[in-house]
Design a protein around this ligand. Structure first.
Ligand code: NAD
Length: 503
């Protein structure tokens, strides 16, 4: 079925040097309202030359920007915080219109991003270095953190405001200039962000936006003027971005996909676990990198847990994200919706049991909806277990023991998030010790760390050495310089050809 086209398409361009710029490539892509299936916009796709222009603007802005005093930069971050807060709903409405998530969830997304801006309002403290006096007679050593230069961020469709904030806020607070390449599926939030930054007083060229696809990404990865790349998206592209970026001499952090397990032990509070499974499995239609995708039911927990989840599913209200009564919106594109729905065919073919079939409960109309779906008796060989479905299809894997559950989680190639539901503190402590996953929730299903910790998975969920935002974000966007200094003192000055000693 081809999508209907509204008469007035919104045209979405780039943002370079403090103003909107239409691309010169002649290439562009459609933007949809997933709730209606209508095309609502057309976004420019950058050429290599467009990327060159953005890098030139960011490069030109860097020398003056890095000279701004820390207190002036902190002041500006406070103004940005204030403006984004004031426009939280405007941003959220753009997210709902192009991504499809319900408005309350979109408001939550922007809020979690704002917390990262709030964190970097403390940039003077975050950039403090160390100082050692008298390391040798009359000699002091100190370390300073300096910005890298022009940094770029490439972001996924599922958090069009928050994930960019994880990047640009620490990057510019540290004194870098920045180029954002948002997802081509929901690009409008990036332009509103640029307008808000300009209004707050960010100098032209410090923050730029390049719209587009692989052409833009490759141009960023290869550009000699770019010092560092942050990426969040799927694992194959994360690996590609990491390999290509580092080959071109850049510092890269590339966060990839996920398959998050929620382990439920027989002693868990089953109602609490069922509420958590439904919230974390179907929130944002399962299009969250921290969504629970697999419930691992241990021993006797399985039957009551599946029963409690099943009971809750008919109450989940699926509909247009702008309708305040909707709890779950559509998927981002028709193609993605169909791919997610295909697991409801392959699951039973491979031996799983359908407990709830979202194809039967999807709202009518042309929107990209799929109702909440539950597969039971899923095993690790099935596609539903192996693939990152990224939609409202939750799988239940039944295992006999805690050890089996732990082995399953640790053998999975992804290691983004995991949750354990239990009343036993000793087991929980052992689990956090043993599990090979970057973010762990104990009776908490979506353990996204607060802004003053850092976010990042292990294994195929992250390529690179540093997690994103928080203290590791500051590390990523700065490099340290160690200065050894001595001031003229004729009493200690002499020629000495030996290697410098401290005694
Ligand atoms: P994606 O990998 O398809 O796209 C991410 C970005 O890469 C986009 O800007 C896109 O334009 C660009 N891109 C796509 N194909 C490319 C190619 N061949 N070459 C170069 N660039 C390319 O991801 P998505 O579908 O937008 O987002 C969903 C994925 O992101 C899921 O796998 C999800 O788990 C992951 N994700 C991870 C995290 C995390 O923190 N680990 C957070 C959010 C999303």
């Amino acid at each position: 079925m081809s999508a209907a086209v509204t008469t007035e398409l919104k045209l979405i361009g780039h943002w370079i040097g403090g103003e909107t710029v239409r691309g010169g490539s002649g290439r562009s892509g459609p933007v949809y309202n997933p709730a209606t299936g209508e095309q609502t916009g057309e976004v420019d796709f950058a050429s290599t030359e467009d990327v060159d222009r953005a890098v030139a603007a960011a490069k030109a802005a860097f020398p003056a920007w890095r000279r701004w005093s820390l207190s002036k930069r902190a002041d500006l971050m406070f103004r940005i915080y204030q403006l984004v807060e004031e426009h939280r709903e405007d941003l959220a409405r753009l997210l709902t219109a192009e991504h499809g998530k319900v408005l309350s969830d979109a408001m939550g997304e922007v809020q979690r991003g704002i917390e990262v801006i709030e964190y970097v309002c403390g940039i003077p403290t975050l950039l403090k270095g160390g100082f050692s006096e008298q390391v040798s007679t009359g000699i002091d050593v100190y370390s300073i953190r300096q910005p890298l230069g022009v940094c770029a961020g490439i972001t996924p469709f599922n958090f069009p405001a928050m994930v960019p904030m994880w990047m640009w806020a620490p990057a510019i607070a540290c004194g870098n200039t920045f180029i954002l390449k948002p997802s081509e599926k929901d690009p409008s939030a990036s332009i509103l962000t640029a307008e808000l930054l300009k209004e707050a007083g960010v100098p032209d060229g410090v923050f730029n936006v390049i719209q587009g696809d692989k052409v833009a990404v490759d141009a960023l990865l290869e550009h000699p003027g770019i010092a560092a790349i942050s990426f969040v998206g799927s694992t194959p592209i994360a690996r590609y971005v990491y390999e290509t970026g580092t080959k071109n001499g850049k510092r890269v952090q590339a966060l990839g996909g996920a398959k998050n397990h929620m382990v439920v032990l027989p002693d868990a509070d089953i109602d609490m676990a069922a509420d958590a499974a439904v919230s974390a499995g179907y929130g944002s239609a399962g299009e969250r990198c921290m969504a629970v995708s697999v419930v691992v039911a241990v021993g006797d927990a399985a039957d009551p847990l599946v029963g409690a989840i099943r009971e809750r599913l008919p109450k989940v209200k699926v509909g247009d994200g702008m309708d305040p009564s909707s709890e779950m919106g559509p998927l981002v594109t028709r193609e993605h919706r169909d791919k997610v729905a295909s697991y409801l065919d392959s699951g039973p073919e491979q031996g799983a049991t359908i407990v709830a079939d979202g194809r039967e409960t999807s709202p009518d109309g042309n929107g990209f909806f799929l109702g909440v779906s539950l597969l039971d008796n899923v095993t690790p060989e099935m596609d539903a277990y192996r693939d990152e479905i990224f939609g409202p299809v939750l799988s239940v894997v039944r295992v006999p023991t805690y050890d089996e559950a732990l082995r399953l989680v640790n053998e999975n190639p992804y290691g983004n998030g995991v949750a354990l539901f239990t009343r036993d503190g000793g087991v929980a402590r052992q689990f956090q010790f043993d599990v090979n996953v970057g973010m762990v929730g104990i009776n908490v299903p979506i353990p996204v760390p607060v802004a003053y910790y850092s976010f990042g998975g292990w294994k195929s969920s992250l390529f690179g050495d540093r997690h994103i935002y928080g203290p590791e974000g500051i590390d990523f966007y700065t490099r340290t310089k160690a200065v050894t200094s001595r001031w003229p003192d004729p009493a200690t000055s002499k020629v000495d050809l030996g290697f410098p000693q401290t005694r």
